[in-house]
Ligand binder design. Structure first.
Ligand code: MG
Ligand code: MG
Length: 357
């Protein structure tokens, strides 16, 4: 019986009752985001029938080809959230500058950053995609937010989550007290709590990395992966499995469900690049969820949530999952840099990577 289950709305209202000062604006914002996700879920499910899989003909600020679905999903987020008076501005993967709320709507006290369609480059092969969002407080409520206002470390998030458009659509959310998963009942359009208190497993034998970048990896990452691959014959003394879906939402969902460790580390493929994933609307919200679920999220060297952003679209190296594995990777980085390696000057103390740590 669905009526015996907790809806997203009921969950949010019960959470709010814990905070006397809470006005309910925050809940309205989350429900607006949930509406955007439900709409995107329908579009994604229609596949090619929605006529949205082709290129939109534009390149986004990341230099990536936008497909029509990216553009449409972006509009879903903007239209669902801009009118409510809860946000002072937004940042999207698909928009170069901070999005200004249209003049006719009031400005609110929150900032919303989102990746409207994560994994969209693989949408043509019909694999699972998702949306990611992050909510922080506006520096000045009621006033248009600037891009600089969004440059807050991930620790400042008041909520973060993702929607995953798989065989079932789920919304996975943290408002700062654990991580909770809701499954969409599509015929009545309601999210129901199905996965309360999601936790990252404390032990794992699964890692996820794009091995085709092996030659670009830093020594610490090579060491970690090589030790996993050595299995029972290596220092780890057990066999590991590897997974790679190349969609952040899917990787995060697997790790929240089964444990594991994900690495998209900084590498030397693009000189001077800090990493691949975007800090504000990909890594930060996922890191918030992972920490809330008892896992660990890192740049490879330090907690991801401590990184001070300098640009709304900046990229970052990202390692997250089972805490003990992430700690091990951080330790390998520390140890790697204690020795100058004259054979690999770019990794040495005064080398390329050393300088931009
Ligand atoms: Mg993405
Ligand atoms: Mg995207």
């Amino acid at each position: 019986m669905l009526t015996n289950r907790t809806t997203l709305t009921q969950f949010l209202i019960e959470e709010r009752r814990r905070h006397d000062e809470s006005s309910g604006e925050f809940n309205s914002l989350i429900l607006d985001v949930a509406l955007a996700c439900k709409t995107i879920s329908r579009l994604v499910a229609q596949g090619d029938l929605a006529g949205m899989l082709g290129y939109a003909g534009a390149v986004n600020v990341q230099g990536e080809q936008q497909i029509k679905l990216d553009v449409q999903a972006n509009s879903c987020f903007l239209r669902a959230t801009e009118w409510g008076g809860h946000v002072a501005g937004m940042v999207s993967e698909e928009i170069e500058d901070a999005y200004r709320i249209p003049a006719q709507f009031p400005r609110g006290k929150y900032l919303l950053a989102f990746d409207p369609l994560d994994g969209s480059s693989n949408v043509d092969v019909n694999v699972t995609v998702g949306s990611i969002f992050s909510i922080t407080r506006a520096r000045e409520p009621g006033v248009d937010a600037t891009a600089e206002d969004f440059l807050q470390p991930g620790r400042e998030q008041v909520a973060a989550g993702y929607a995953i458009y798989g065989p079932s659509t789920m919304l996975v959310l943290s408002v700062g007290r654990g991580v909770h998963g809701f499954t969409l009942e599509p015929t009545i359009g309601e999210f129901f709590l199905t996965h309360p208190d999601m936790r990252v497993a404390e032990h794992t034998s699964t890692f996820a990395i794009n091995s085709s970048n092996h030659r670009f990896w830093e020594p610490a990452v090579r060491r970690y992966v090589d030790e996993c691959l050595a299995g029972t014959t290596g220092p780890r003394g057990r066999d590991f499995n590897m997974r790679w879906v190349a969609s952040l939402v899917v990787e995060a969902h697997r790790i929240l469900t089964r444990g594991g460790v994900f690495l998209y580390p900084r590498d030397s493929k693009k000189a001077g690049a800090a990493g691949r994933l975007r800090l504000l609307y990909e890594a930060s919200p996922i890191a918030f969820l992972i920490e809330q679920a008892g896992g660990r999220a890192s740049t490879g060297r330090r907690p991801l949530l401590d990184v001070e952003p300098t640009d709304i679209h900046q990229r970052v190296g990202f390692v997250f999952g089972t805490a003990a594995e992430v700690e091990r990777i951080e330790r390998y980085h520390t140890e790697a840099y204690e020795d100058d390696d004259p054979d690999i000057p770019m990794y040495a103390k005064r080398g390329l990577f050393r300088a931009v740590r």
